[in-house]
Design a protein around this ligand. Sequence first.
Ligand SMILES: [Zn+2]
Length: 139
Amino acid sequence: MNSCVLCHEDGGQILFKNDLYRIILVNDANYPGYLRIILNSHVKELTDLSDQDSIKVYEALLICERVVRDTMLADKINVASLGNVVPHLHWHIIPRYTNDLHFPNPIWGTATNNAYVPSGELLIRSKELAVKLIEKLAD
Ligand SMILES: [Zn+2]
């Protein structure tokens, strides 16, 4: 039996889903507006995808980054695909701020600003992000 968590759980609040992938809003109190694109099927590496599906995922990544960029007004956007812990293709799209908890480290790295608390404005923008992304992907 496959024990992969992403095969058995949505992985967060689903904002959009099609046959190939789902896009979720990650529930991370330190990182409002953090999105994840998760393949629906258990695929380990990007090169396991067909060219056509790779392009569809890339298009989704661009849409996610654009909406995060326009809505969250971050200092930098991190896009990452690791899969070391869960080897099921997924991508992280994370708005970063120069004063956030881990900047300039990856969010999985050492904290650099333990006093950081995301502003109420970021929480509001995160809700706007969800609405905008759903509208954009419905087009
Ligand atoms: Zn899986």
